[in-house]
Design a protein around this ligand. Structure first.
Ligand SMILES: [Ca+2]
Length: 134
């Protein structure tokens, strides 16, 4: 059931992204999406945020996503690339279940409220979208 719902969510996100992406792409590349703030290496995850870290142990380039904000990790710069397919460590410091979506595999996983996760090898560096359970 979760996977079926996620496919609908992914389709919706892709449709929205297709409408938004256009001549303004270069300007959007600088600004972070709404609800997102950059964290310092190893910074503690703020309250009411879902935090993602490039490296295991909550290290490396990192971002905090406010509860309820759906975000494409492709919009979060990490080095020369982005956070898409590039996250190893998560902290859900919200009261909501986050949904971690892998577009390529068309799969989604829930990350419960106040749950942290060090990615197992099989799902390391796979997430592309953050959604929220409703
Ligand atoms: Ca992926």
């Amino acid at each position: 059931m979760v996977v079926a719902k996620s496919r609908l969510l992914v389709a919706g996100v892709l449709a929205v992204g297709g409408a938004v992406v256009g001549p303004g792409v270069s300007a959007q590349a600088v600004a972070l999406p709404p609800g997102v703030v950059q964290l310092r290496d190893s910074e503690v995850c703020p309250m009411n945020s879902l935090c993602l870290y490039r490296d295991y142990g909550r290290r490396g380039p990192a971002y905090a996503v406010g509860a309820g904000y759906s975000v494409s990790l492709k919009d979060l710069p990490v080095g020369a690339g982005t956070a898409a397919n590039n996250v190893s460590s998560w902290v859900n410091n919200t009261n909501s279940m986050a949904v971690l979506v892998d577009e390529q595999a068309a799969q989604a996983r829930g990350l419960g409220a106040h749950v942290s996760l060090e990615e197992p090898a099989a799902s390391n560096d796979t997430v592309d979208l953050i959604q929220w359970a409703v």
